[in-house]
Design a protein around this ligand. Structure first.
Ligand code: TMP
Ligand code: ZN
Length: 415
C-alpha cells in the first residue's frame, strides 16, 4: 500500500490478505465526499480515482484508492447520526439490546469505535455503564460530550486500543456502527479490537451489505469513506486473521440494507446457524463470480445514461430540477454523472452545517428545506433515497403542489 504525499492511499493488492484485485469499473476522478466550502481548502484540492475492486482471494470488496482518513474525518466532519429519525431509533434499539445483556454489578465496559454524535452511547451512559467513544471528528465528539458521553478524540487503531486497555482495562463489548468500512488499515484495526476485547467479550459491528449494494445498483454508496463493502464471507476471513470468529449475523434495514456482525475470540462462543445460512446465500448470489461485478458495472452505467438523458430532457422542456439530500453519496452521483448547477440548481438538506456550502467538485449549492418549500421546483432528485419514507412524509406539500421525485436506485424513475 502506498500513502502518497498527495493525501491518498493507493493499493495494488488486497488491503486485508495481499491477494490480487479485480478492478471492474471506474467512477472517475472524485473529490472528497460530503460538502465543500466556497473557498478552496487542502481538502477541496484532493482528487482520487474511484475504482471499486474485488479480492480474488478473500472476496473483500474494496476501493483501490481512497483519501487518507485524516483528510476526510476532520473536526468539521458534517455527518451526524441523529439527523435521521430512523437511524436514531435504530441505534437506540441497538444500545438497549447491548445494555440489557450487561450486568451493571460486574462494572462492564463498553467501547464504541466511531461514536459520532453519541446517538448510541448516550443510552449506555444513561444506564450508568462505563463507556468510551473513540471519534476523530471533534465537532461530533463535542455534541456527544454535551450529553454526558465520554469520548477520546482520535482515530481507532492498534495503538489507540493499547492506550485504552492501559487506561480503562479491556472491554466487554466493542461496537462499530457504519465505521469499520471507513478504515483502510483494517487488519491493524482488527488487531486492536482483539487486544482490547475481554476473553469472553463481544465485538458487534454494522456495515452496508455487499449483496444489497450489488442487487440494488447502489453505485453512490461508493465513495472514499466506504473503502470496504463487507459480506459475511469476507468478514469471516478478514477477522480470522486476528483470531476473531464470526459467531452471528443479522440483516438490518438501514443505509439501504446492512448486516450486523457479531464476533468473539476464536472458540469462546457457539457459532449461530445464521453464519452458514448467509454464506450459502452469498455463494448462490454469485459473490465469488467475476461476472456478478461486471454486470453490476453495466447496470450502473445504464443508470448514469438514463439519468443524464432524463435530466437533459427536463431541462429542454424548461422544468426546474433540484436535489434532496447532500449526503456523501451525492458527491459520487453528481461527479460521476457530471451534473452541475445548470442541470440541478441546488440540493436541499436539513443539516445546518451543510447549508451554504457546495456539493464537492460542483457549483451546486446546499440550501435549507425552508428554501425548498418556498421555491417550488418541478422535480427533486432524491439523492438521500435511503431516507425516502422519512423525507416523503416530511415533504408531502411538495407532491401536493405537483412536484415529482426522481429516483435512480435501483433504476431511474419518477414518482
Ligand atoms: P446519509 O444518507 O449519509 O444518511 O445522508 C442523508 C442526508 O440527507 C444528510 O445530509 C441529512 C439529509 N436529510 C435531510 O435533509 N432530511 C431528512 O429528512 C433526512 C432523513 C436526511
Ligand atoms: Zn483479500
Amino acid at each position: 500500500m502506498v500513502e502518497s504525499a498527495v493525501s491518498t492511499s493507493i493499493t495494488a493488492v488486497c488491503r486485508a490478505c495481499g491477494g490480487s484485485l479485480d478492478c471492474f469499473m471506474s467512477l472517475g476522478s472524485q473529490p472528497v465526499a460530503q460538502i465543500s466550502p466556497e473557498r478552496p481548502t487542502e481538502q477541496t484540492q484532493i482528487r482520487y480515482e474511484l475504482r471499486p475492486s474485488i479480492c480474488l482471494h478473500c472476496g473483500l470488496f474494496q476501493l483501490i484508492e481512497t483519501p487518507l482518513p485524516y483528510i476526510m474525518f476532520t473536526n468539521t466532519y458534517p455527518y451526524f447520526s441523529s439527523t435521521s429519525a430512523k437511524m436514531t431509533y435504530h441505534l437506540q434499539k441497538l444500545s438497549e439490546s447491548v445494555a440489557s445483556e450487561l450486568d451493571v454489578a460486574g462494572d462492564p465496559f463498553v467501547v464504541e469505535v466511531g461514536s459520532n454524535d453519541g446517538t448510541f452511547l448516550k443510552l449506555i451512559a444513561e444506564h450508568g455503564l462505563r463507556h468510551l467513544g473513540v471519534e476523530p471528528a471533534e465537532g461530533a465528539a463535542n455534541i456527544a460530550r454535551s450529553m454526558g458521553v465520554s469520548v477520546l478524540v482520535t482515530f481507532f487503531d492498534s495503538s489507540t486500543a493499547l492506550q485504552i486497555r492501559q487506561s480503562h482495562g479491556q472491554a466487554d463489548v466493542i461496537v462499530g456502527a457504519n465505521v469499520l468500512a471507513h478504515m483502510p488499515s483494517i487488519i491493524d484495526v482488527a488487531k486492536g479490537i482483539a487486544d482490547l476485547l475481554k476473553d469472553d467479550g463481544l465485538f458487534v459491528f454494522e456495515a452496508i451489505y455487499l449483496p444489497d449494494l450489488l442487487r440494488c445498483n447502489m453505485f453512490d454508496q461508493l465513495y472514499g469513506e466506504h473503502v470496504f463493502t463487507f459480506s459475511v464471507s469476507s468478514v469471516r476471513k478478514v477477522f480470522a486473521k486476528c483470531a476473531l470468529e464470526l459467531i452471528d449475523v443479522c440483516h438490518v434495514d438501514v443505509q439501504g440494507g446492512s448486516m450486523r456482525y457479531v464476533l468473539a475470540h476464536r472458540g469462546r462462543k457457539n457459532v449461530a446457524e445464521s453464519v452458514s445460512h448467509f454464506i450459502d446465500f452469498e455463494s448462490r448470489f454469485g459473490l465469488g463470480r467475476a461476472d456478478t461485478y461486471h454486470m453490476f458495472a453495466e447496470r450502473c452505467h445504464k443508470i448514469r445514461n438514463d439519468l443524464r438523458f432524463l435530466l437533459g430532457d427536463l431541462r429542454k422542456r424548461q422544468y426546474r430540477v433540484v436535489g434532496y439530500g447532500a449526503s456523501a453519496k451525492s458527491t459520487t452521483l453528481f461527479n460521476w454523472c457530471e451534473l452541475d448547477s445548470s442541470i440541478v440548481e441546488y440540493v436541499t438538506d436539513c443539516t445546518k452545517e451543510k447549508q451554504g456550502h457546495y456539493i464537492p467538485g460542483t457549483s451546486i449549492p446546499v440550501r435549507s428545506p425552508e428554501f425548498f418549500a418556498q421555491d417550488r421546483p418541478d422535480y427533486a432528485l432524491l439523492s438521500a433515497w435511503n431516507h425516502r419514507t422519512e423525507i416523503e412524509a416530511k415533504e408531502q406539500h411538495f407532491r401536493r403542489r405537483g412536484g415529482k421525485w426522481i429516483v435512480y436506485v435501483p433504476e431511474v424513475a419518477t414518482a
